[in-house]
Design a protein around this ligand. Structure first.
Ligand code: NAP
Ligand code: GDD
Length: 352
């Protein structure tokens, strides 16, 4: 295994949930990390500010670059400029319901974006002769209308959303570049993973965010869609470790990363409201806007291969994850309450 202190990595999606945990992991191992971020009209670096704004510590080894996943020339230029040893491709339009509103953009950013990056990696490798290892953020959403329970690496894909279709494209493009061009390219088929840094429009965070605000008198109701869907929810901090392990193997491969437990959205509500001794039935209302044209009813992963070959196992349990998220959002809501009492206008989070 190469000495991480001499290694550099490019992380796309660096401003996202997983990007922030992965950057922390890589910096702690001694890597120099380059993050790809897109230009936005407001700040988008909230999840990595605590690292970036600490230039005397590991933050000195974090560099941010502007590029969009739809811009092949910018991706190629960046590869040649940085010359990374490892590329972690996490960037994507990652919201399933929104992908029904923006199918073409989702295909472009989430699907073809991966292919553009693979092409940039291949071109860089071929012109410089330097080896580059590539990680593709594949998704359990690819299993969609599941053909078996639990889902494993050999389970056929049956995507149920434009996002799932785009991820299947990106997944097979990665496998194809491995088989065609001898790229060290691996896909992590990750099941849902959450954290206090989870985007506020994903269901777990939408629930825990609402609980904090309800407890502090800032919100009365929580509007959700399908409470019967079941997901295999793990902790994002555990899952980025699996991404890194995949790129340290001699041979590239594909791995399911999951907890092997599944809970309904309703069960998540029960556990999360229960943490603050409230009954979710008193607060949760159903809003049909949050139903999807096609739903993924149950996801349950079998991570045996990851355990056997990578030595990876989840550390944080479902109950610990719920507690971690509820507690963090209670603190956040307490700060919002202080600001509200001081006359500041806090705009309530929007769902999706
Ligand atoms: P996330 O929080 O939504 O982060 C997505 C990242 O991609 C953000 O940094 C976003 O930038 C960036 N991005 C979006 N469109 C872009 C574009 N056109 N050009 C450049 N950057 C763009 O997602 P996550 O939860 O960290 O997930 C990371 C990856 O794993 C994603 O590919 C996701 O699809 C996949 N995945 C996630 C899960 C999960 O449960 N979390 C499970 C399986 C697979 P902004 O900050 O500017 O929006
Ligand atoms: N977002 C959301 N908002 N989901 C809701 C709501 C709501 O108000 N009410 C019920 N749900 C249900 C959804 O219908 C879905 O069945 C489930 O909660 C989980 O929804 P999300 O948290 O949005 O996650 P997801 O499973 O659709 O997608 C996430 O996991 C995938 C891996 O399986 C995303 O992180 C994807 O990027 C990821 O690939």
């Amino acid at each position: 295994m190469a000495d991480p202190a001499n290694q550099s990595a490019l992380v796309t999606g660096v401003t996202g949930q997983d990007g922030s945990y992965l950057v922390e992991l890589l910096l702690a191992k001694g890597y120099t990390v380059h993050g790809l971020m897109r230009r936005t009209s407001t700040f988008s670096t909230e999840r990595i500010d605590h690292i970036y704004q600490d230039p005397h510590e590991s933050g000195a080894r974090l560099f941010l670059h502007f590029a969009d996943l739809t811009d092949a020339s910018a991706l190629s230029r960046l590869l040649h400029e940085i010359g990374p040893d490892e590329v972690y491709h996490l960037g994507a339009q990652s919201h399933v319901r929104v992908s029904f509103d923006q199918p073409i953009y989702t295909a472009d950013a989430t699907g073809v974006g991966a292919l553009k990056l693979l092409e940039a990696v291949r071109d860089y490798r071929d012109t410089t002769g330097k080896t580059v290892r590539f990680y593709q953020a594949s998704s359990s959403e690819m299993f969609g209308k599941v053909h078996e329970v639990p889902q494993r690496e050999t389970t056929p894909f049956h995507p149920r959303s434009p996002y799932g279709v785009a991820k299947v494209f990106a997944h097979w493009a990665t496998v194809n570049y491995r088989e065609s061009y001898d790229l060290h390219a691996s896909c992590g088929i990750l099941f849902n993973h959450e954290s206090p840094r989870r985007g506020e429009t994903f269901v777990t965070r939408k629930i825990t965010r609402a609980i904090g605000r309800i407890k502090h008198g800032l919100q009365d109701k929580l509007y959700l869609g399908n409470l019967d869907a079941k997901r295999d929810w793990g902790f994002a901090g555990d899952y980025v470790e699996a991404m890194w392990l995949m790129l340290q193997q001699d041979e590239p491969d594909d791995y399911v990363i999951a907890t092997a437990e599944t809970y309904s959205v309703r069960a998540f509500c029960e556990a999360a409201f229960g943490r603050v001794e409230l009954d979710y039935k008193d607060f949760v209302e159903i809003d049909p806007r949050y139903f999807r044209p096609a739903e993924v009813d149950i996801l349950l992963g079998d991570p045996t291969k990851a355990k056997t070959k990578l030595g990876w196992e989840p550390k944080v349990s479902f109950d610990e994850l719920v507690a971690m998220m509820v507690d963090a959002d209670l603190e956040l809501a307490a700060r919002e309450k202080t600001l509200t009492d001081a006359g500041h206008v806090i705009v309530p989070p929007m769902g999706e």
